[in-house]
Design a protein around this ligand. Structure first.
Ligand code: GRF
Length: 233
């Protein structure tokens, strides 16, 4: 059996693209559907190019119940098992969270539980990281619950904050690691679902931090691969 995946996005969809690009025969999951809350976004173009069906489900001005029931019907019709939020800026309706408990992941561009919550998206996150003066940031993959950014953490990876960073330069560095971490974390969840096993959070190897100096995307990619492979069993 392969695990059917729906991706939710609100914007350009570079993380959606990284999930599409990672898919091979060996992956436990297959992306079958893109759901967005708005038309004319980059993510829809990416779905079209990949031959993935997409559906806009508007949220503005509608009740969470109405949105939730329409979304649930579409997910059930497509026999979706796992949901991946990739830059989806809306809180998921409770009916979806309840139906897919521990089966929905989100990616956040900072190390939760810091720098999360309502309003913490895009450059707001990286501005707050720089204002706090921390030396390490990095993406978090977490399960989705009824609140913003509070669900259990599945994987994180450190990315250095460098002298002279602006929100844009930091965002670009973190985004590169998002593209490496999310597909592998999603595959890790899909494999557990496929096997009917509980998913085990990623153990961050001690070497992950030393790999931030000097920072090299290639080295980080190899490290992330090794960390997930050692957990694959
Ligand atoms: C990413 O930074 C992700 O962490 C956050 O939203 C952004 C989406 O970017 N949740 P993209 O649309 O995937 O390019």
């Amino acid at each position: 059996m392969s695990v059917s995946v729906a991706v939710f996005a609100s914007g350009g969809g570079s993380n959606f693209q990284s999930l599409l690009d990672y898919e091979t025969e060996d992956c436990a999951g297959r992306i079958e559907l893109l759901i967005t809350d708005r038309p004319n976004i980059g993510a829809i173009d990416r779905a079209d190019r990949a031959g993935i069906q997409s559906q806009v489900i508007p949220v503005k001005g509608r009740s969470p119940d109405a949105v939730g029931l329409e979304t649930l019907e579409l997910l059930e019709k497509n026999e979706i098992h796992v949901i991946l939020l990739a830059g989806y800026l809306r809180l998921l309706p409770p009916v979806i969270v309840q139906a897919y408990r521990r089966l929905i992941l989100n990616i956040h561009p900072a190390l939760l539980p810091s720098f999360g919550g309502q309003g913490m998206w895009g450059h707001h996150v990286h501005k707050a990281v720089l204002a706090a003066g921390v030396s390490i940031s990095g993406p978090t993959i977490h399960f989705v619950d009824e609140e913003y950014d509070t669900g259990a953490i599945l994987a994180q990876w450190p990315v250095p904050v460098m002298a002279g960073d602006t929100p844009d330069t930091l965002a670009a560095r973190v985004l590169k690691v998002e593209h490496l971490l999310y597909p592998r974390a999603a595959n890790h969840l899909c494999r557990a679902v496929d096997r009917g096993e509980a998913v085990v959070p990623l153990t961050l190897p001690a070497s992950a931090v030393s790999f931030t100096d000097p920072f090299s995307v290639e080295a980080v990619g190899a490290e992330i691969d090794a960390a997930f492979t050692s957990m694959a069993g």
